[in-house]
Design a protein around this ligand. Structure first.
Ligand code: ATP
Ligand code: MG
Length: 615
């Protein structure tokens, strides 16, 4: 069973789409839960309901969050609300009239010794955790988190592999889930846009505990409220459309809106490039100086009194996103300065890319185009230990490679080493970087840059060319130098027994080999004729750029970085670049953007495959 979320698979399918619009709609199909997955969630909810009813008569288990809000993706967590209000009422009535309570079941349960209404939340959570641990088959890793803003019990379910949370007091979440669901149903452009923004933010390392999927979704909905004409109505307008049966107040907040999407007027907005517009809008947005209000469908300027009274207590920060119902809650209150400004910067980068031909037009040469490039994990990996790393996905596609590549699709083994050898070859021999291979324990480093299949003759599409004047170029190779082109015997190949091990290189870039390649390539093709191997041609392009600088190499290197490769999934390698010094300047970013599209294709060529996904 292939992981539908594996980046190789996602990229491959999107690569094959005919245009960005179809990429957008295919994205939803690729990510959303299958019927089987939904069924599994339904069975789990039923199981939980049965078990909890035994202990808490009258209680209900209600799913909320992404399992049911229309923005589900494979493996998303299972958010559940355990509603104990009916149990409390039952208990109260049986306490008031002990004999009359017979038959409710409350007196037979563990509740005989506990007054649920008077028990502090942490104790109720422990009780719920105990029931989960002892009585729900397949449930593992149960732990109560009483200190969260919304206290929960976390769990995992072994057979389904699902992780989940049980809240005991979060009725607002049920309502905002229903609101998200209404928006998802209101216009067919909403779901693709939310999926695209969520995945983009995840790949850029922006999404996480600080800026979670709920907050990202609200940003998209707000954006859609502010189009002209609007794609979605404001929450205040929805309140006015609500019928009597839709009127609800939770914790003092008005949560009235139509439950039936048929009550909404279809939007007269016909825009098609909403994703590009989203990036454009938020790339240029004053997050700290205003409050994003979905209720009013506009940004309210700060400081107050622009804010209505209900917003009292709203914790202001670098990103102010007011909950659509709980108006005193800033959904993005935890977002720090750094994340907020990086969000803006990533939006600007994405908006710029969306204006390029590479975004709008399918590549005929197998390079990343349209959404695929947006989804490349191009920015900083989340997590403290990885801060500052730039990632390049190398999906190997369904073609090419040696026999070993085909035989050992999973785990480390000869196929991984062939890919590493190809990476080393491209960095050093094609791009003329100084590149020394690190030594995994017990492994000869020489192999990393040298072994591999022979160069093949096919057109090699190359990355985005900046068409600037080529700058001073030259090349110096670092010791230790290794004999070129030799294939180590099978027995001498480095083996990786420790799954944490990776292949490592220290690289120095001396010349702007990423600049002006297209022009040099054209000149070379013109003088040499169309023949020749594509990787050889790329080698010559680099050499020509190096020569244009004159002999020797500059006193100072242009860039230095550490690179490490590891298996990312089935037929997919993840290369991590750590620039030094960090954070890197614009030069490294330029080089990285070039390498992001150049390297995967060149590696596949080196391995004897085609551009991969387009084959
Ligand atoms: P996913 O689980 O795929 O990340 P999700 O929409 O389920 O997406 P969660 O973080 O699991 O997101 O949150 C579940 C629900 O909890 C949300 O749908 C929302 O109702 C509520 N919620 C989450 N974060 C917040 C928040 N910052 N403020 C208010 N409610 C929130
Ligand atoms: Mg969730």
């Amino acid at each position: 069973h292939q992981d539908p979320l594996s980046p190789g698979r996602l990229e491959q399918t999107l690569w094959q789409a005919s245009d960005v619009d179809s990429q957008m709609s295919q994205l939803v199909g690729l990510l959303e839960l299958s019927e089987d997955e939904r069924h599994m969630r339904h069975l789990l909810v039923t199981l939980f309901q049965e078990v909890f009813t035994e202990f808490f008569p009258g209680c209900t288990i209600v799913p909320f969050g992404s399992s049911v809000n229309g923005f589900d993706i494979h493996g998303c967590d299972l958010d559940l609300l355990l509603d104990l209000e009916p149990t409390k009422s039952l208990q109260a009535s049986s306490q008031a009239a002990p004999r009359a309570g017979s038959g409710s079941g409350a007196e037979d349960s563990i509740l005989t010794d506990i007054d649920l209404a008077a028990t502090p939340v942490p104790e109720v959570l422990e009780l719920v955790a105990t029931v989960l641990r002892r009585c729900v088959p397949g449930v593992r890793r149960v732990r109560a988190v009483p200190t969260a803003r919304r206290p929960v019990v976390k769990f995992c379910h072994k057979q389904s592999g699902l992780a989940g949370d049980i809240s005991i007091d979060n009725r607002l979440a049920l309502l905002n889930t229903r609101y998200l669901q209404l928006c998802a149903e209101a216009d067919e452009r909403v779901r693709p846009l939310v999926y695209a923004v969520r995945l983009w933010a995840k790949q850029q390392g922006l999404a996480g505990p600080l800026l979670n999927n709920y907050a990202l979704t609200l940003l998209v909905l707000f954006f859609l409220q502010t189009r002209s004409p609007p794609v979605l109505p404001t929450v205040a307008q929805l309140r006015d459309m609500a019928g009597d049966e839709d009127r609800t107040v939770v914790c003092g907040w008005d949560c009235s809106f139509p439950r039936d999407v048929a009550l909404l007027e279809p939007s007269s907005n016909t825009e098609s490039s909403l994703l590009a517009e989203f990036f454009h809008t938020f790339g240029d947005f004053d997050f700290a100086g205003q409050v994003i209000s979905l209720r009013e469908g506009r940004a309210l300027p700060l400081p107050p009194p622009a804010l209505p009274e209900a917003s009292e207590g709203l914790k202001l920060g670098p990103l102010n996103l007011q909950d659509p119902f709980e108006l005193s809650h800033n959904v993005a209150a935890n977002v720090n300065e750094k994340t907020a400004s990086r969000f803006g910067r990533c939006c600007r980068d994405a908006a710029k890319y969306c204006r390029s031909l590479q975004y709008r037009q399918k590549s005929s040469k197998g390079r990343a185009w349209g959404l695929t490039r947006l989804f490349q994990p191009g920015a900083v990996e989340p997590g403290a230990g990885n801060a500052g790393a730039f990632l390049i996905n190398i999906p190997l596609g369904s073609t090419g490679g040696s026999e070993q590549l085909g035989r050992e699709p999973r785990g480390r083994g000869p196929w991984f080493w062939e890919v590493c050898a190809a990476i080393g070859f491209v960095l050093r021999d094609v791009l003329k970087c100084s590149c020394t291979a690190g030594r995994p324990p017990g492994a000869p480093s020489e192999d990393l840059g040298l072994s591999g299949a022979s160069v093949v003759s096919e057109e090699l599409p190359m990355g985005p060319d900046t068409e600037e004047e080529p700058q001073a170029v030259g090349c110096k190779r670092h010791a230790p130098e290794t004999p070129n082109g030799t294939e180590l015997p099978e027995g001498k190949r480095p083996r990786m027994n420790n799954p944490e091990e990776t292949a490592n290189w220290s690289c120095t870039v001396w010349h702007r080999v990423w600049t002006g390649r297209r022009r040099v390539r054209r000149q070379l093709q013109h003088s040499d004729g169309p023949e020749g191997h594509e990787l050889e041609l790329e080698q010559k392009v680099s050499e020509a750029i190096v020569q244009q600088e004159g002999d020797g190499h500059p006193a100072e290197p242009l860039l230095c970085f550490e690179a490490s490769a590891r298996v990312g999934g089935t037929r997919w390698v993840l290369l991590r670049l750590l620039p030094s010094p960090a954070p890197p300047g614009p030069l490294f970013r330029d080089f990285f953007h070039f390498l992001q599209s150049f390297l995967p294709i060149a590696v596949r060529r080196r391995l004897g495959g085609g551009p991969g996904p387009q084959d």
